[in-house]
Design a protein around this ligand. Structure first.
Ligand code: NDP
Length: 339
């Protein structure tokens, strides 16, 4: 019990903790900057200076889970946690697939610095990561893009890939076809586009393919891909649901965001290893090591490369920090917020 005779002063900064909402985040950090900071973040991750346990999730209802992603990045002098509600589409209706909040802290003194909209942060950093990986792994001058899955992730993936490649043609597939049509009408004016009736038709011939679905069983197989393509595997972030089959894993140069996390959570890779189709040595390396040149990404024009995007808290820390630096006020207590 608190001894009232002792002079206890508890200081908190929560009264003025800034909130960076979805619109403000996207205004503060444009796609080019997101790509720049995520590129750097992936290098830092592979250099081994980021502390981040595997993401954690627990069921909180029959139709939803709570997800937790903590981490610390000394290079940014930041730590933080993203807390998400991950609810079934039927339960959340028109709300985003990833609802929540990122809390960003100062690694120097433990101060909470700001709270950031978790939905916008997740879509922005995930799309930026796909652009970073594609820039490193796809063939130069890629002009055709396949978007497989036209949900929340799709618009910023389109923007991100267009930021790094001169995309001229987009092929689309969505389980509910009318959503692919609506996406095309809203986002693809000025580009050639085609809504396809199967994922394989959309992927065929595209220089870059992004799989952005909540599919539980493979919707694409190794036979659906041709030499030279690059694929961003984004839709499955945990062991269980797979967008691609064992044959796909066996056929590609398989590059990941985090080797440690991928070995336990990259569903299609864990499945292919479990089936004896590939060994763990088939995992080529991390994108951060490809970016620094420590690991070879694409070795030949006819390689098929794949980037496994599980998503990593370093990406959230990097983008949240970039936003916070823009709003950080003048020095408080003789110290600048934005060191
Ligand atoms: P949305 O809920 O907005 O979209 C889900 C998409 O998946 C829709 O296109 C939906 O089609 C489709 N889909 C759902 N079930 C199936 C199925 N059984 N077969 C084929 N398609 C299906 O989610 P998001 O766009 O936000 O996210 C897409 C996926 O990416 C999710 O699985 C999510 O967990 C994952 N994700 C990964 C991240 C990462 O860092 N790697 C970050 C954020 C999300 P329809 O329109 O017909 O319902």
């Amino acid at each position: 019990m608190l001894n009232r005779a002792v002079d206890v002063t508890v200081r908190t900064g929560f009264g003025d903790l800034p909130w960076i909402g979805a619109d403000e985040l996207l205004r503060l950090v444009d796609m080019n900057e997101a790509i720049t900071v995520v590129d750097e973040a992936m290098r830092v991750l592979s250099a081994g200076s980021v502390a981040a346990p595997e993401r954690w999730a627990m069921p909180v209802a029959d139709h939803g889970r709570m997800g937790l992603m903590p981490g610390a990045a000394p290079s940014l002098s930041r730590f933080g946690v993203k807390v998400l509600g991950l609810f079934d589409a039927d339960a959340r209706g028109a709300l985003p697939s990833h609802q929540g909040v990122m809390l960003l802290f100062d690694l120097a003194d433990g101060r909470p610095l700001c709270a950031v909209d978790g939905a916008a942060l997740t879509t922005l950093r995930t799309a930026a990561a796909s652009a970073v990986a594609s820039r490193a792994l796809a063939r130069p001058g890629a002009r055709t893009l396949a978007i497989i899955g036209c949900g929340d992730q799709a618009p910023l993936h389109l923007e991100a890939l267009r930021a790094v490649f001169p995309i001229r043609e987009v092929t689309l597939w969505n389980r509910t076809a009318k959503k692919a049509d609506a996406f095309a009408r809203r986002y693809l004016s000025g580009l050639a586009w085609r809504v396809c009736s199967t994922p394989a038709q959309a992927a065929a011939g595209a220089d870059i393919v992004c799989t952005l679905t909540a599919a539980t069983d493979p919707i694409l197989s190794g036979k659906d891909f041709q030499p030279g393509q690059h694929v961003n595997l984004v839709g499955s972030s945990t062991v269980g649901p797979r967008e691609v089959d064992d044959a796909f894993v066996a056929k590609v140069r398989y590059i990941v965001d985090s080797r440690e996390h991928a070995l336990s959570q990259a569903a299609e890779f864990v499945h292919a290893v479990g089936d004896g189709i590939v060994s763990q040595d088939h995992l080529v390396g991390e994108i951060g090591d490809v970016l620094t040149g420590a690991v070879a990404g694409r070795t030949r024009p006819d390689d098929i490369t794949a980037y496994k995007s599980l998503g990593h808290i370093i990406q959230d820390l990097a983008v949240a920090d970039a936003a916070f630096r823009k709003i950080a006020g003048p020095a408080r207590n003789g110290r600048s917020n934005a060191r």
